[in-house]
Write a protein that binds this ligand. Structure first.
Ligand SMILES: [Ca+2]
Ligand SMILES: [Ca+2]
Length: 346
């Protein structure tokens, strides 16, 4: 395992330090309804399975939750098309079929870069969530296991597969894998601002994509005490097929939970400096700073996943964010794309 790939452990350990979850009340619906959204998508000729997100001003970030979301800033984004759902296994398989692309998790570590490691230690693999037994003492983040042979076709390890999971979100995707797919599809990874604006679905001052009250019926998250007890009240232990839960006000599915989603933005704590910007983004990797691992530039991921519980990593909110090293895919990170034209592949 590389130092970078190890970084997820430290990231997730320290993220729990900020695990304070405060619900607040009050919301206003500002956005258009689903009918006008569909009309907008037609007017703007979004590619198949994408919806037009009419841009606008919004409050990016949240002053009432984790510190990395502070301070909320007034920003604006221009309109764009966005994938209605997370990129699925069947979509990713088409990309692989046409290009022969080999994902990061499928590649052995290079001898040149890691001469100190044995051939076995350089074998391809990725990080997989393994639920500890209730009676089993477990250190923080001890539920993440490096598994040889884990990749997008074998999300939990070599003995698993994606048979009959065509419409599940693809996982074990490193940042460059998502970028390669985007290039093939003629689309782009979203900025954090685009993603967050879209996730809100037109709701102003709402905690979640659907309102202010948590509900297991609204998104694929984790109910019960993480990591020991998954009550599956939402019907899913792990990932769910895309569009298993209701869309938000913009017609986008799983903008909360299911799998985390990559953005192009480099990660910093907070939103300082974005005030009144149009289409803000952090595009300079040298500006990336995760205080928990200051030597590693990381991208922002959004939306939380099926592993996010109210007692741990409650980041199934539009404003929530986390840092992820570009070379590290896991069993709960995927992506979706944006576009500014109708030329992208469906
Ligand atoms: Ca679940
Ligand atoms: Ca998601």
């Amino acid at each position: 395992m590389t130092i970078k790939r190890i970084s997820i452990f430290v990231t997730l350990i320290l993220s729990s330090i900020f695990a304070v979850f405060i619900l607040h009340q009050g919301s206003n619906i500002l956005g258009t309804g689903s009918t006008s959204q569909a009309q907008n998508s037609a007017i703007h000729s979004c590619p198949q399975d994408m919806v037009w997100i009419q841009g606008g001003s919004f409050k990016m970030g949240d002053d009432e939750h984790y510190i990395e979301e502070h301070s909320a800033q007034d920003v604006r984004v221009d309109g764009f098309c966005m994938d209605r759902h997370e990129v699925t296994n069947v979509q990713f398989a088409q990309f692989i079929k046409e290009t022969g692309y080999i994902t990061v998790a499928e590649r052995p570590l290079s001898v040149e870069e890691f001469p100190q490691l044995s051939e076995a230690q350089r074998a391809p693999g990725s990080l997989v969530f393994v639920q500890p037994l209730p009676e089993q003492p477990v250190r923080e983040l001890g539920w993440w296991h490096w598994v040889r042979g884990a990749d997008w076709r074998h999300p939990e390890g070599p003995d698993t597969n994606i048979e009959d999971k065509e419409n599940y979100p693809v996982v074990q995707i490193a940042y460059e894998d998502a970028q390669a797919y985007a290039e093939w599809a003629g689309k782009l990874l979203p900025t954090e601002a685009q993603w967050e604006f879209a996730a809100k679905g037109g709701l102003k001052n709402a905690t979640f994509t659907w309102g202010n009250t948590y509900s297991a019926d609204k998104a694929n998250t984790w109910q019960g005490k993480f990591p020991f007890k998954n009550l599956e009240e939402d019907g899913y232990y792990g990932t769910a097929p895309v569009e298993s839960f209701a869309a938000n006000g913009y017609g986008l599915y799983d903008m909360a939970g299911n799998v985390w989603e990559w953005t192009v933005d480099w990660y910093r704590i907070g939103h300082h400096g974005k005030e009144h910007q149009v289409n803000p983004t952090v595009s300079d990797s040298s500006k990336s700073l995760d205080p928990r691992e200051p030597g590693i530039a990381k991208h922002v991921i959004k939306g939380g996943s099926y592993l996010c519980a109210k007692n741990y990593c409650s980041r199934f909110r539009p404003a929530a964010r986390e840092a992820q090293a570009p070379d590290t895919g896991t069993s709960h990170i995927g992506f979706r794309l944006v576009s500014f034209s109708d030329s992208g592949k469906g």
